[in-house]
Design a protein around this ligand. Structure first.
Ligand code: MRU
Length: 359
């Protein structure tokens, strides 16, 4: 991973007073932009109808935007939080409360805590506000580079002519650019390995229907949407070679938290002989978390199930349970693709080896 090179490039770019991030080949989409003194976020609650940007001027704005899912997707949340710390520093706010507020915005994606810990270490080492802005930009730029690397690594696992199925949105909108699982699909598509792309609609927030479909259409990749409950049927009647998903937190043993519904896709994949790939950068691994049972699972409002855009979908008073992530056991995962390498049939020893053998 060319972190050192990127740092160097960034120092040069900053000297030149121009800091455009490298755009990811294969996708022109960027949802997180640093504009010098504020953070601009493409409001993902409004897509696909409206492309509207929200400006964040302090850490509290960023924490609110993460909580409200203006920005979502584990890596994008981490990137936004990094800029949140930089905004706090620029405003002369004390950093510890700002970091605590950002950390509390959403519980499952460990990229949030990873990014905040990195910003905190830089601050403790004496970085001033300008240096913290650079650190946040590095987190951002490195994420794009990691996605491109994972795209290449993951694509090699996909044989030409394959049918792939993905869940939620793991593309440029969910990351610094290119995407994790969708990055693999983008790269594999460019390499003519993919015959058909399916994606779920991803109830209840519709990340698949609203965001993945929007991204794929914008980038000219043909795809076909299914309802979440059609996954096993699709595998049975049309066949799926690879399920390719992202992750919000990967425990030390490879158990993986991702968007609700991922677990049942892995069960269905095993039952139908489809292979199951998780794509996530180093920032998504939580090696202090021994297994999936220790991953905090976010529950959101019952209203997300009972209502849509203010319209009641269920009788008043209907009780609803709305966990928004689930845990897929490592035993159902054929491969975890990280920018450091590919771990097949993951377990604690293989994941330790991945982290110990590479920088
Ligand atoms: O609730 P969300 O939209 O933030 O959930 C996103 C996911 O579950 C993604 O699959 C995951 O964050 C990986 S994004 C590269």
């Amino acid at each position: 991973m060319p972190a050192r090179i990127l740092r160097h490039e960034y120092e040069v770019l900053l000297d030149m007073n121009s800091v455009p991030l490298p755009t990811a080949p294969g996708s022109s989409i960027q949802a997180v932009l640093w504009s010098g003194n504020c953070l601009r976020l493409l409001d993902q609650r409004l897509l696909p109808e409206t492309e509207q940007w929200l400006e964040c001027w302090n850490a509290a704005d960023v924490a609110q935007a993460i909580h409200d899912m203006v920005v979502r997707g584990a890596p994008a949340i981490g990137i936004a939080a990094g800029y949140g710390v930089a905004l706090a520093a620029l405003a002369g706010e004390p950093l510890e409360p700002a970091i605590a507020q950002l950390a509390a915005a959403r519980p499952t994606a460990v990229n949030l805590g990873w990014s905040l810990a990195r910003m905190q270490r830089r601050a403790q080492a004496g970085a001033d506000a300008a240096a913290l802005v650079v650190e946040a930009q590095l987190i951002h730029a490195e994420d794009v580079a990691m996605n491109q690397r994972m795209g290449e690594l993951g694509a090699t696992l996909i044989k030409p002519g394959s049918t792939v199925l993905t869940h939620c949105n793991t593309g440029a909108l969910a990351t610094g650019g290119h995407g994790t699982a969708l990055g693999v699909i983008r790269t594999a598509w460019r390499q003519h390995r993919i015959a058909s792309i399916y994606h779920t609609e991803t109830r209840p927030w519709l990340q698949g229907a609203r965001l993945t479909a929007w991204e794929l259409k914008k980038d000219g990749l043909p795809a076909c949407m299914i309802v979440d409950s059609a996954v096993a049927h699709l595998m049975h009647v049309r066949g799926v070679d690879w399920v390719v998903v992202g992750a919000d937190r990967i425990a030390a043993n490879g158990d993986t938290a991702n968007k609700i519904g991922t677990y049942q896709m892995a069960v269905a994949a095993r039952a139908h002989g489809a292979r199951f790939m998780v794509v996530a950068p180093t920032s998504t691994f939580d090696r202090a978390c021994p297994d999936g049972g220790h991953i905090p699972i976010e529950e959101r409002s019952a209203q997300e199930l009972t209502h849509f855009k203010g319209l009641a979908l269920a009788p008043e008073g209907t009780h609803a349970y709305n966990p928004v992530f689930d845990v897929t056991p490592a035993t159902l995962i054929n491969a975890i693709v990280c920018e450091r390498g590919v771990v097949e049939n993951p377990d604690t020893a293989k994941i330790s080896a991945l982290f110990e053998s590479t920088p």
